[in-house]
Design a protein around this ligand. Structure first.
Ligand code: SF4
Length: 398
């Protein structure tokens, strides 16, 4: 039979049409997907008992409540915990991807020992024997304070265990990286007494005066911030952002007040002075001021007149006066500190100055205000057993 061009094309098209409507293609796809599932490197979820465990996410200072789904005791999914006061079922992308840290094939799986410029993998037995050898050497030298520990944060069970180790070893040298929590505790203990911390009710405030806090980008608890910001317009709440740069929060705030970097504490004190001068403070709230209210008020007004505050901060006098008055006259004003995510460096003067604004307007422990609470010590370890060396050294250096 002669196959000309026309019949060749007809034959080809017919074959393609026939192949695509036949079940062969579907069958091949199905077979190949079954076959690839049996490759030894393809993860296959195990079958087993399904359980949920509630916990707190520690991937950022937000401390959202989470629910971890486990199959056969193996965590397989993280979700936000419903009705948890901070996030009420919400969780950010970072939080719900938390299991990647547990199962990522590229994670560090063994201790690493530095050798010159390189890190070498060593076994856990070798690592434990090296560290315990060093610790024995330090203890035998009679100077246990030579041991120091730097932890990434102050809270959490790992830091708690390190603190215990150092205490029983006899060293007071436990350090942690600064965090918003440590600033909150420092501010609260300076103004409200030891062992306290501060929480901010952004959801119910109608005027948030933020001294550089990234309340839209994510500060403190990002999920709580996102929720408060989402309902801000609906609630008719205002956000004023005091910050040297036009951050996302500044760009989306009701007003951005650019300020000379590092002068936020002076501005807060200047605003306190305006509130005092114009009698806009809450008289019953200031009655219990540490150090005597009249003395503090006189000092603020003489040290921070409007002209001087304006010169220090680079903000017009009229803007300072107007913002301070709007803040003090709002139904439930709230001043927040902690630049950016809240864990950058800032002076105690700035923290105390900003929180003094809250104290002056009387929003402490009120809906929409700043809540002063005892620091929760939720970790319960058995009491430490101290030997003579630890006792003696902690008395000398603790
Ligand atoms: S905001 Fe995200 S990362 Fe931070 S605690 Fe909540 S879920 Fe975890």
């Amino acid at each position: 039979m002669k196959v000309d061009r026309r019949s060749f094309l007809g034959l080809g098209l017919g074959a393609v049409a026939g192949f695509s409507v036949s079940p062969v293609l579907l069958k091949l796809t199905d077979d190949s997907s079954i076959w690839t599932q049996n490759w030894p490197w393809t993860p296959v979820p195990v079958d087993g008992e399904v359980m949920y465990e509630n916990s707190v996410c520690s991937l950022c200072p937000g401390s959202c409540g989470i629910s971890v789904r486990k199959i056969d005791n193996r965590p397989v999914k993280i979700e936000g915990l419903d009705e948890y006061p901070i996030n009420d079922g919400g969780a950010c992308l970072h939080g719900i991807s938390g299991l990647q840290y547990l199962y990522d094939p590229a994670r560090v799986k063994t201790p690493l020992k530095k050798n010159g410029d390189k890190f070498e993998e060593i076994s856990w037995e070798d690592a434990v024997s090296m560290v315990s050898g060093k610790l024995t050497e330090i203890r035998a030298s009679g100077s246990p304070e030579k041991l120091a520990c730097i932890a990434d944060k102050d809270q959490g069970s790992v830091s708690g265990l390190f603190k215990r180790l150092l205490k029983t070893f006899g060293s007071p040298n436990f350090y942690s990286m600064p965090s918003l929590e440590s600033y909150l505790e420092l501010t609260a203990s300076s103004l409200h007494g030891q062992g306290t911390t501060i929480g901010f009710d952004l959801d119910n405030s109608d005027f948030i005066l933020s001294f550089g806090a990234g309340v839209i980008e994510g500060w403190g608890s990002p999920v709580a911030c996102f929720k408060a910001n989402a309902s801000r317009k609906e609630r008719g709440a205002k956000l004023y952002q005091i910050e040297p740069r036009l951050s996302n929060t500044a760009a989306n705030a009701d007003k951005w007040i650019p300020i000379k970097p590092g002068t936020e504490g002076d501005l807060a004190l200047g605003m306190c002075s305006v509130i005092l001068k114009n009698n806009l403070f809450n008289a019953s709230a200031v009655a219990g001021f540490k150090g005597g209210f009249n003395k503090i008020a006189a000092m603020l007004q003489s040290d921070y007149p409007l002209s001087k505050t304006s010169e220090i901060t680079g903000i017009k006098e009229s803007d300072i006066e107007e913002t301070a008055s709007l803040f003090a006259k709002a139904k439930m004003p709230l001043a927040v500190f902690g630049k950016g995510r809240g864990d950058g460096s800032q002076s105690l003067k700035e923290l105390i100055a900003v929180h003094t604004l809250n104290c002056l307007v009387g929003n402490i422990n009120k809906k929409g205000g700043a809540f002063v609470q005892p620091v929760k010590d939720y970790l319960e370890f058995p009491e430490e057993i101290m030997d003579d060396i630890a006792d003696k050294d902690l008395q000398n250096h603790g």
